[in-house]
Design a protein around this ligand. Structure first.
Ligand SMILES: [Zn+2]
Length: 288
């Protein structure tokens, strides 16, 4: 009794449950809209998205930090520096990353599906496409510039102005990629980091207002392009206020689902409304 034959998941990083309501983002508030329970986990982007797409806790799926360490030595060094520089606050984080960057160029990378210890929703649905998901997809060059992910000599930290130029370009690229693929797959997920980066860079109400308007317009265009047979899910991994992550993630779905959702239940609950299994059989029978 599935009402939909396709599912589209749009991940809007750091988009805040309370601010969506404050700025009256009507396109982002679909039939079932609520706060997404992050289950008391540390609000670190890659592990939260990994939980969303696997339905498992970080201990189970194996993506348990911002960075992945190829060697035990690199991880130990980072832990040590975390303790040492921790008390300098954000400038300490920068020092830690700079030291790591010079000492362990190749040992530290962004965690992706090679580090994942369980299957995700994309292995479950035959015709699925996943774009730019932290903790899963190979992560783009831009993340190094934002100084939050890949540290390598090819991607040194750069000026704020260049970061801004590059996040705009990356955002445009992801939008185009999404619109090219809407309607083409049983399961499609596109992640946007723009909303997180933007709120980390600009700490003003006016900039927030602009951002939420822009994201709400994007949601409107997505809803226009998706057909009636598509279950649409908008969600975030955490909220963001005063430059820091907060426990105000949201979810929004264009059908009735249980209003109590956590990062490990959301996509599974949505998938129950999608006729993805029959499709899988059809594909197999054609191949035979
Ligand atoms: Zn995030």
């Amino acid at each position: 009794m599935s009402e939909f034959d396709k599912m589209l998941v749009v991940g809007l990083d750091g988009l805040d449950y309370r601010k969506i309501q404050k700025y009256d983002c009507s396109n982002l508030m679909l039939q079932t809209f609520g706060k997404l329970d992050t289950q008391g986990l540390a609000l670190k982007t890659p592990m939260l998205w990994a939980s969303i797409i696997t339905g498992k806790s970080p201990g189970e799926h194996g993506i348990d930090d911002m960075l992945a360490f190829k060697g035990e030595k690199a991880r130990k060094l980072d832990d040590l520096m975390d303790r040492f520089f921790g008390f300098f606050g954000r400038s300490g984080l920068h020092l830690r990353k700079t030291v790591n960057y010079y000492l362990y160029d190749d040992s530290i990378s962004v965690p992706d599906k090679n580090y994942m210890e369980t299957d995700s929703i994309f292995e479950k649905v035959a015709d699925s496409k996943a774009f730019d998901i932290p903790g899963y997809s190979e992560y783009p060059y831009i993340s190094g510039k934002m100084n939050v992910a890949k540290l390598s000599r090819k991607n040194p930290p750069v000026s704020r102005k260049r970061v801004k130029r590059d996040i705009d370009a990356e955002h445009l690229y992801r939008k185009e990629q999404l619109f090219e693929n809407i309607g083409e797959h049983t399961l499609l997920m596109q992640h946007f980091h723009y909303s997180d980066w933007h709120q980390h860079m600009y700490l003003s109400e006016e900039k927030d207002r602009q951002l939420y308007k822009e994201m709400d317009e994007l949601a409107g265009k997505i809803l226009e392009k998706a057909d009636d047979d598509t279950l649409v899910v908008f969600c975030s991994d955490h909220g963001l206020e005063d430059g820091g992550h907060r426990d105000e993630a949201f979810f929004s779905v264009n059908t009735d689902i249980d209003e109590n959702q956590s990062i490990t239940t959301l996509l599974e609950s949505c998938l129950e409304h999608v006729d993805y299994k029959n499709k899988e059989e059809t594909v197999e029978s054609i191949e035979v």
